[in-house]
Design a protein around this ligand. Structure first.
Ligand code: FES
Length: 115
């Protein structure tokens, strides 16, 4: 039976500890089994999305985030930070979650096999 599944990847003991790792650029790239994720800190928010633009596959480092849209630095396509949608394409965003076990990136994916 097929279904959507969510896998959590532990980032740090807490959101505060994770923020401690951020460089002055406010961008942090980390590798995961499914690809590289770019974390961008802007004011009190941390955005997490795949570090591969859906337009031509370029890295998103150097992007800007304004008015709830992230703009790719290569050709300036903009993607909604809410839905990932932009220019008929989608940029994959990942929710972040803090609980008593730590700070996590959550990735939902489709599985043919379910549980
Ligand atoms: S590669 Fe990102 S907009 Fe073209």
């Amino acid at each position: 039976m097929f279904s959507d599944k969510t896998k959590k990847y532990r980032l740090a003991d807490s959101r505060e500890a994770f923020l401690h790792d951020f460089p002055a650029t406010n961008e942090l790239a980390k590798n995961f089994p499914f690809g590289e994720v770019l974390f961008v800190k802007k004011e009190k928010e941390i955005y997490a999305f795949i570090n591969k633009c859906p337009h031509q596959g370029q890295k998103m480092q150097g992007c800007t985030i304004e008015n709830e849209r992230v703009m790719c630095p290569v050709h300036n396509y903009k993607f909604s930070t809410e839905t990932g949608r932009g220019h008929g394409l989608y940029l994959d965003f990942y929710p972040l979650e803090e609980n008593e076990d730590g700070f996590f990136l959550c990735r939902t994916y489709f599985s043919w096999f379910g549980e």
